[in-house]
Every structure is written in C-alpha cells, then in structure tokens.
Write a protein that binds this ligand. Structure first.
Ligand SMILES: [Mn+2]
Length: 384
C-alpha cells in the first residue's frame, strides 16, 4: 500500500497581514499533481486543515477544490483529521455523506470511533485515526474519569480503536499531537497552557507507521516509522531553514515501511537576511527571488528614514525588520527577550509584574492557565 502523508495545511493563514491562500493553492496543486506519479492508495492529512475554527471563504473554497480534485479526478480516498486549530463540528460537516465518496473526516470524539479499513493486494490495512482533543473531552465522551492529561487521553483513544483491529493486521496510526522529543517551531500553538501537552511515543507501540500532524518541521521519531510530515509551507521565520515536504510511505505485505520524503517548492520562499541597508538595497544576489517573503536584520546603527519603505522598493514582500543595533540616546538598546517567543502565560505574567510591581505567583498562574484553556476550547467551539 502507498500512502501520501501530509499535515498542517493551515488554510486561511494570515502572516504579517499577508493572506497566504495563493501560496497555499500553488503548493496544493503540486500535492495533487503528485498523484499520477506516486499512485497512492490513500492520502492522509493529519490535522490543522484550517488555520482557525471559522476559516475565511477563500480557504473553504481552496479545500473544497483540492479535495474534489483528489476524489473526483483521481478517486483516491482521503483520511482528513481534525487538529487543534480546527473546529471539530464545522470540519465534520457532511461526513456521513462524504464517506461514501471516499472522504473520511475524523474530527469528533465519541465512543463510536473505530478503525478505518482500506485494502491493497495483500489484504486489509487498518487505520487508527485520532483527532486532536482536550483531555477533559476524552474523559467525558469515553466515560473514563481518570483521564487527566494528553498522554492518558491518547492512550485511551488508541486502545479504544485498537480493540476492533485484528491483532495480526497491518496497522497505521494517524494523530495530531506533540510526541515527546519532537522539534518545535514558532507557528505551532501549544496544546496545553502551562501543563503537559506532550504524549509518549509508546502510545503507538505495535503500529507499522504513525502519520503525525502538529509539529511543522518534517521529522522522524523513535525508530523512524513515527513521522511528522511537517506543514505545507513555512508559517514563521523560525522555519526559514526548513525544507517542507510530503511523505510517500510504502507498506509491504509484512507491514514493513519505506518512507520517501518529496520536497515541495513554494511560489515564494520565506527567508531571513542580515546586513547593512546600503548592501541590501543593491538587490537580490545569486539568483535569489526578490519576491520572497523576508525578514531583514539591519546592522546599521542610528536612525534610518523609512527603512522598510526603501527596502520594499527592492523586495516588495518584505514582512519585518529587526534593528538590534538601533542606538537610543547613545545607549545600545537590545530587547530583553523576544516577546514573540513568550507564551500567553509568560506575556501576561510579565505585564502583571510591570503594572502591579508584584510577583505573578503560582496560584495566579494556575488561575490564568484555566482561563486560557477555557478560551481556547471556546475558540474551537468544542462543547464540553
Ligand atoms: Mn499546526
């Protein structure tokens, strides 16, 4: 069996005020065009289909077109998983109807969750697809009062589904989760505020391949058969060095897997460059694309009139400038820390301490973490 494994499309993503839909369409066209060449039996999209629970119209349209091309033009079944950015209810609209056309949307937690069964010339392959879910939801829906963290929730869901898979069957797990040991980037929203959002790779013992979503850097974990395909494109400057790709997984008769990573080429790359303004204004060197999305770090000291405006003449898609050497009143001012790398909890804590002059204590931290968790589940529109 051949499986194309992708995840974290984040359709509708806006990055530094730029709508990325056209870039996403360009990449999804590449993904669809891989089908005649790679001849997959199943396509797995392991969560974070949309960037937010109520996606913009263009994002819905792009997903509709892409799924239709895969199913109507090529008749390849799809396993579409809900991630932490997706609204489980909205994503699963029409899932009973769409199942008949080969689109298997798995985004809601219920005790009816069971394996999806596909076939190749050697027989059945069972897919255990576990959408992202808050532990409290899993506890309630499965009626297991002891579940208190993500690891317990994942283990319970996997066991719940595996009960209905014959023990000698070849099996594939699909999940949207943070497996311990994975490398994070800045565009992933933490799965738990202040608590443990990670799960143990041991949850997937006995699977022939584990198709993961959530982490945006393509990577393999524990024995290489547990893999993140990574996101469709770079969604933060911390990903500038990533090579985004999609995994082609070949599963043989015995259940052994071979994985080939197929690179995706974006319409515009996302890059970080550093230098003096006068040098950068000389324009692109060595065949670099001047339309790439850029973060520019200027080494110049002192004030510069409208640096971004000047740079935009040469690089129209410059998104952000850093001025680490900007001199204010003769002092070299450097930011104490990069606020963009702080969690909401840390940001609020530092704000609280600045305003009140008092420590942001443990008790307040726990209270705020609860409020943030509540707001997140509200945002995903998950009815607890
Ligand atoms: Mn994601």
């Amino acid at each position: 069996m051949r499986i194309l494994h992708t995840s974290d499309w984040h359709l509708g993503r806006i990055f530094h005020s730029i709508h990325l839909t056209d870039d996403q369409a360009y990449l999804l066209d590449q993904v669809v065009n891989l089908i005649p060449e790679t001849k997959p039996d199943v396509i797995v999209i392991a969560g974070d289909i949309y960037d937010r629970s109520v996606p913009p119209v263009e994002a819905v349209k792009l997903l509709d077109e892409t799924l239709s091309r895969i199913l109507l033009d090529y008749r390849v079944p799809i396993v579409l998983l809900g991630g932490n950015h997706d609204s489980p209810e909205r994503l699963s609209f029409g899932n009973q109807l769409l199942k008949r056309a080969g689109l298997h949307i798995v985004s809601q937690i219920s005790s009816d969750l069971g394996p999806l069964v596909f076939h190749d010339k050697y027989g059945e392959v069972h897919f255990c697809a576990v959408p992202y879910a808050e532990p409290v939801l899993v506890r309630e829906r499965l009626g297991l009062p002891d579940i208190s963290d993500h690891n317990q929730a994942m283990l319970a869901l996997v066991q719940h589904i595996v009960r209905n898979i014959p023990s000698n069957a070849r099996k594939i797990a699909v999940a949207h989760a943070f497996v311990t040991g994975g490398q994070t980037s800045e565009s992933e929203r933490p799965l738990s505020v202040g608590g443990a959002g990670n799960i143990d790779a041991g949850c997937f013992d006995g699977f022939n391949y584990v198709a993961l979503g959530h982490l945006h850097q393509p990577q393999g974990l524990a024995g290489e058969h547990i893999r993140y395909s990574g996101s469709l494109m770079k969604y933060s400057f911390s990903e500038a060095a990533h090579r985004k790709s999609i995994n082609l997984v070949e599963l043989d008769r015995e259940g052994k897997t071979a994985v080939e990573s197929i690179s995706l080429s974006p319409r515009r790359d996302l890059r970080c460059i550093e230098g003096y303004l006068s040098d950068i204004l000389k324009g692109p060197q060595n065949g670099e694309n001047q339309n790439d999305y850029l973060m520019v770090t200027l080494k110049d000291q002192g004030a510069i009139y409208d640096a971004i405006g000047q740079l935009r003449q040469v690089y129209p898609n410059i998104l952000h400038i850093e001025r680490p050497c900007l001199t204010v009143d003769g002092y070299l001012s450097r930011p104490a820390g990069d606020y963009r790398k702080l969690s909401e909890l840390e940001l609020f804590g530092s704000f609280y301490e600045q305003v009140t002059g008092e420590d942001f204590g443990e008790e307040q931290k726990i209270l705020l973490a609860d409020i943030l968790e509540y707001l997140r589940s509200k945002e995903r529109e998950v009815a607890l």
